[in-house]
Design a protein around this ligand. Structure first.
Ligand code: SAM
Length: 280
């Protein structure tokens, strides 16, 4: 197996006459050591069926094929999706271990084989929705490592109390234990992005309730952070009709109504949902 370096990536892009698209977040990794490190950080083994979103020109895909039993790669750009099996066949002895799906990751709702691990250099403009979507739709994903914009990584891994803590932090925490897993230099990409990147690792946890409960909890989270400077009794007033109705629910849930959403961990949002009326 030979992994792709800067020269091969540029050659492939020239061959495809590819002008990297900003809106699709096309910044390709040109340092194979980084790809190996990401796969190692994710702890991928030969028992794993790895899911990759946005394989691009295949740098990370090849590193993953070496470590995993098989890889499912979901790529929105048809030129890249078409080229990937060709590149893999040129560099890897078992190209049959790769399945490429030419689709928007947000439109993937089922797969013929259940993935066990997610490893991806995510397209930055949709990284949070894609991550939450996959955690929801594929409970077989137990663990993973994704590369995202540094600020987004900090938000995903944030704990209550800080300015980074918000909707992505609490919703991700519903599904998984999320941690920062290291920084990545801009120089390992072509083209180099205008933002810094970080790795985020996650391990799925037992969720605190049913799908119905999750929807209720997520609605409360959205309302609490829509006006994050407001106290909860006021931020939740639009959901429950008035701030006194919201206050009553919060007291019943043993949550101080004068707190802000940013003070609550996901468990506390569950306490609110457990005593709140259905609002659908
Ligand atoms: N994995 C490659 C690498 O590390 O070099 C490319 C990563 S690049 C940051 C993001 C990739 O995601 C691009 O190949 C882009 O075409 C693809 N992409 C963008 N939006 C997508 C979406 N909604 N669903 C699936 N793939 C998407």
């Amino acid at each position: 197996m030979t992994l792709l370096g800067a020269a091969q990536i540029r050659e492939l892009a020239a061959q495809l006459d590819l002008k990297p698209s900003k809106s699709l977040g096309q910044n390709f990794v040109i340092d194979s050591n980084v790809c190996t490190k990401i796969v190692r950080t994710a702890g991928v083994t030969k028992d794993d069926i790895a899911l990759e979103i946005g394989p691009g020109l295949g740098s990370l895909t090849l590193a993953m094929l070496e470590a995993a039993q098989s890889v499912i790669a979901v790529e929105i750009d048809p030129r890249l999706a078409e080229q990937l099996p060709i590149t893999v066949a040129q560099h890897f002895a078992h190209p049959e271990n790769l399945t490429v799906i030419n689709k928007d990751a947000l439109a993937v709702h089922d797969l013929s084989v259940a993935p066990t691990v997610l490893v991806a250099n995510l397209p930055y403009n949709v990284s949070v929705p894609v991550l939450l979507h996959l955690l929801e739709k594929f409970p077989s994903i137990r663990t993973g490592v994704v590369m995202v914009q540094a600020e987004v990584a900090d938000r995903l891994a944030a704990k209550p109390g800080g300015k980074e803590y918000g909707i992505p932090s609490v919703k991700a925490a519903w599904w998984a234990e999320v941690k920062n897993a290291g920084t990545v230099s801009r120089s390992i990409f072509w083209p180099a992005p205008n933002v810094d990147s970080k790795l985020v690792g996650f391990t799925r946890r037992q969720t605190a309730g049913s799908e119905e409960m999750r929807e209720k909890v997520f609605t409360i989270i959205d309302a609490a952070f829509a006006q994050r400077r407001k106290m909860l009794r006021s931020a939740l007033s639009s959901l429950y009709g008035s701030s006194s109705a919201a206050e009553e629910i919060l007291i019943k849930a043993s949550i101080d109504p004068t707190l802000r959403g940013e003070a609550l961990e996901v468990k506390s949002f569950c306490q609110i949902a457990a005593v709140a009326p259905d609002i659908f």
